[in-house]
Design a protein around this ligand. Structure first.
Ligand SMILES: O=C(O)CCC(=O)C(=O)O
Ligand SMILES: [Fe+2]
Length: 625
């Protein structure tokens, strides 16, 4: 490469390169940072600008093209805020830096030539000519090391890369400091990226007003959904798990500095984004073996939950739009949004064991053996994949488990949603729960009789066995989460219009149109659910299966030893507990071994290690049905 010194050419090149860099800055700035700088030539589109620059470059017409472009001085508004696909792709592969570096070199701006060459090479490490250029620059006299810098690097990426550097050197506190900053800057950058999607939208035709609004909105949503993809590029290379990876490094660094709770939280955050990750699942099992850690510590971080919820809602909206608006080519309808509370007092007093609409007595089957009797099937319970049975626990066993539940922490399991002392679902009840890990810790600390915990684990096993036999046959069914919960009515809730537990599916997000989407943050891994009831001496609190419009399909009145089990997508809820305390063991099962709850295994081994041997016949056996 030979440097030109001709002054005129130098000027022209300067203009060209300025246009290129204005374009670069503007296109990136305009699209990413939302700053409306006024360019020299407001009528030129980005595409025109880009092709002008590249034409001047490729034809080595450093004079004519640049001059022609530079003479055009019209001060109107830029006609197009977006670039074509090809131009966008060129930018993504950092191609403009290739042009720019030569331009800078030709006008003897070595510092910028080096920075642009270096930036290009980072994104295109296999590019031999640029590698040779860099070698050439390195050997030039007067060149400073800090001229080799990445112009494209954003703050969020810079912190991320710094954190990785510290990670390599085992500097854990520095990893934490930089990775936390990287995360906060990622969210900020994402906000800006999403804000830019609100830019004007060019309609191909002239649709009528409502269609125009819908089209625009859909295009904005699509653009916003693409932000994490765009932002996951480091040095021009895509990383699909860029955001999730932050939590991987955070969990390790928090572990290294001894903050196991934050490490567990980071694992849960990672799994929220990438639920089938084996390594993090194994980490989770490992952390669960630590004394201070229980299942409840595996709650994703608030900032991520907020971010993830927004993403999920956007994708739901987009799907909804694609299904109902784009494909059907019709307007979205609001009219069949269901009511929040199902119609009650349908003239039937829920006194019977099971109330169904309609009732089919023929559907009742006796389930032979071992004291368990199926009292409700798909016909009786008026829906698919569901059953109810009696006799899974004796009165004594129910009382023991209720006693164990007294040790439950208020709000346990729903920490993030719950005001202390009330239920996450209704302000008229107290909600307190105990998971198996917590229960076994209580046994270990001699706060409860280990037999009680053994009973808790055994009834969970029995419920799982029943569900497996009823729904899946020979395949294994794993525990996903197990929770002993009591809901206690507060005074003065007689005329309540709310529910104890709003209508929901256990593995999906219920949308206003009554469909239930299997998407995070719902626990999509859950395949079957079961409730084992421990008492019936309270008012209200019937379990119900519901139609998508939230009206009732069938009800189950809780009583000691009764189990209701169903496909986790079945819509269901709990009617308000008007008086007294309602206790149950809630269980969620999964067919996916990646999600198996390690807590049961750990709890059993904890119990084994407790010297006090269980006595008496309270423990139920894992009998075949
Ligand atoms: O307690 C019940 O009957 C149902 C509770 C429930 O649906 C849940 O916790 O997801
Ligand atoms: Fe549920």
């Amino acid at each position: 490469m030979a440097a030109h010194t001709d002054t005129y050419l130098l000027q022209i090149c300067h203009v060209c390169s300025r246009k290129m860099s204005i374009y670069l800055t503007l296109a990136l700035v305009f699209q990413v940072i939302h700053v409306h700088a006024i360019p020299e030539d407001p009528l030129m589109t980005y595409d025109q600008w880009y092709s002008a620059g590249t034409a001047a470059y490729t034809k080595e017409k450093w004079v004519s093209d640049c001059v022609r472009r530079c003479k055009k001085r019209v001060f109107e508004e830029r006609p197009d805020g977006t670039a074509s696909k090809e131009v966008e792709e060129a930018f993504e592969s950092l191609k403009p830096y290739d042009y720019l570096q030569l331009c800078y070199y030709k006008i003897d701006n070595l510092e910028q030539a080096i920075a642009t060459a270096y930036t290009f090479l980072l994104g295109n490490p296999e590019h031999e000519p640029m590698r040779r250029n860099i070698e050439y620059y390195r050997k030039m006299p007067g060149v400073k090391l800090d001229w080799f810098k990445d112009i494209e690097l954003k703050t969020y990426q810079a912190y991320y890369l710094q954190a990785l550097d510290h990670y390599k050197k085992d500097e854990w506190l520095m990893v934490l400091e930089n990775m936390e900053k990287a995360l906060q800057n990622y969210y900020k950058e994402h906000e800006q990226c999403a804000a830019l999607c609100e830019e004007k939208y060019d309609h191909e035709s002239f649709p009528e007003f409502y269609n125009a609004i819908s089209d625009h909105y859909i295009s904005v949503l699509k653009c916003k959904m693409n932000c994490p993809v765009k932002m996951g590029r480091v040095y021009g290379k895509p990383n699909k798990h860029y955001l999730a990876d932050h939590f991987h490094y955070l969990q390790f660094a928090y572990y290294k500095v001894g903050n196991i709770e934050k490490a567990a939280q980071a694992v849960a955050s990672f799994l929220l984004l990438k639920p089938d990750d084996d390594t993090q699942f194994r980490n989770k099992i490992y952390y669960l073996t630590q004394e201070s850690i229980s299942e409840t510590h595996f709650t994703p971080r608030q900032d991520l939950m907020k971010f993830h919820l927004e993403q999920t809602q956007m994708s739901q909206l987009l799907r909804y739009a694609e299904k109902h608006y784009i494909s059907a080519d019709s307007e979205m309808e609001e009219k069949d949004y269901p009511e929040e509370v199902p119609p009650r007092n349908r003239g039937v007093n829920p006194e019977d064991l099971i109330k169904t609409y309609p009732v089919d007595p023929e559907g009742i089957k006796e389930y032979e053996g071992h004291g368990v009797k199926i009292i409700g099937d798909e016909v009786l319970l008026n829906g698919t994949e569901r059953f109810a049975a009696d006799g899974i626990l004796t009165e004594d066993q129910c009382n023991t488990l209720i006693e164990l539940a007294q040790k439950a922490t208020i709000g346990d399991g729903y920490k993030s949603l719950n005001k202390p002392g009330t239920s996450p679902h209704t302000s008229h009840e107290i909600f307190a729960g105990l998971d198996v890990t917590k229960a076994s810790e209580l046994a270990q600390n001699a706060d409860v009789d280990p037999e009680w915990v053994q009973l808790y684990l055994d009834v969970a096993d029995k419920a799982r066995d029943l569900a497996r036999k009823y729904f899946v046959g020979d395949k294994p069914l794993y525990f996903d989460f197990t929770h002993l919960v009591c809901r206690t009515a507060l005074e003065g809730g007689i005329n309540r219009e709310d529910l104890s537990h709003p209508i929901h599916g256990d593995n999906c997000l219920l949308l206003p149109d009554g469909t239930c989407k299997k998407e995070r943050p719902a626990y999509v891994q859950r395949d079957y659910s079961a409730l084992v009831y421990l008492n019936g001496d309270f008012e209200g609190g019937n379990f119900m299966f519901n139609y998508p419009n939230k009206t009732i399909q069938s009800e189950v009145k809780p009583k000691c030893g009764r189990i209701v089990s169903f496909n986790a997508s079945n819509l269901h809820g709990v009617q308000p507990v008007i008086k007294g305390k309602r206790c149950a063991v809630a269980l969620w099962f999964t067919l996916d071994s990646n999600y198996r709850e390690a807590a049961h295994i750990i709890a059993r081994s904890m119990l084994k290690s407790i010297s006090k041997k269980p006595t008496g016949p309270k423990v139920i056996s894992h009998t075949e049905l």
